[in-house]
Design a protein around this ligand. Structure first.
Ligand SMILES: [Zn+2]
Length: 230
């Protein structure tokens, strides 16, 4: 399996053929899914290449599926607030996708000496103003800094910010098969919160085992039509 958008689409086609419900994290945490069916929890973290959401939008629209899509406000590579970028997010919301914050609270708070709790509140407000949708959750971004953005949640609760969840919430993390493309050219997997050593199976290979809760994380920059840097 390569990282072309054709292969990307194939993951979801096969999941649908196997009768998975493709759902958002918000739907998972609010129990809005059919308990008699296997679920694919579809998470996307937009680290660098937000423009590739255009391809993903076409695929999801075609297959009539949705995802939870977490976008950054502090990416050095894109400006979420350009009109073009607001439009693609609006289009994804229109087909039922959930939009969330890909947070960098420890990085921004520590490097810029900004109050992290106030920052999060204002960022949620900004998202809700611009995208005209309720924000239900965040997903912590991992960067090449000494800080771990997930640490913010050691002393804070999502509900104190009007949120339902943080994406690494143990209620999900400890009860799913989690497969991620976060190493760009190879896959990694966790089972019920424990890393599966040297498990480089592709999502299609995992789907052959039909795990009942399949949590898939992808990054748009890993996927392309012909060439990774096209
Ligand atoms: Zn990230």
């Amino acid at each position: 399996m390569n990282f072309t958008f054709n292969s990307y689409k194939k993951i979801f086609q096969i999941a649908l053929e196997q009768d998975y419900s493709v759902i958002t994290l918000k739907e998972f945490f609010s129990n809005e899914f059919d308990k008699n069916k296997k679920i694919l929890i579809n998470r996307i973290d937009v680290d660098f290449k937000i423009d590739r959401l255009n391809h993903i939008y076409e695929i999801f629209k075609d297959l009539n599926i949705t995802a939870s899509i977490y976008v950054r406000l502090h990416s050095p590579n894109y400006n979420l607030l350009t009109i073009g970028n607001i439009r693609i997010i609006q289009k994804l919301i229109d087909i039922g996708c959930e939009i969330g914050l890909h947070t960098e609270l420890e990085d921004v708070g520590n490097y810029c000496n900004i109050d992290k709790q106030e920052l999060l509140k204002k960022e949620i407000q900004l998202f809700e103003t611009i995208f005209q949708t309720k924000i239900f959750g965040t997903a912590s971004h991992g960067d090449m800094t000494p800080h771990n953005n997930l640490d913010f949640w050691e002393n804070n609760e999502p509900k104190d910010f009007g949120l339902m969840y943080e994406a690494y919430d143990k209620r999900l993390w400890n009860h799913c098969r989690y497969v991620s493309d976060s190493e760009w050219v190879q896959w990694k997997a966790y089972e019920n919160g424990i890393r599966l050593d040297d498990d480089r199976r592709t999502p299609l290979e995992h789907l052959q085992e039909t795990p009942p809760i399949f949590h898939l994380l992808t990054h748009p920059e890993s996927w392309y039509n012909e060439y990774i840097h096209e």
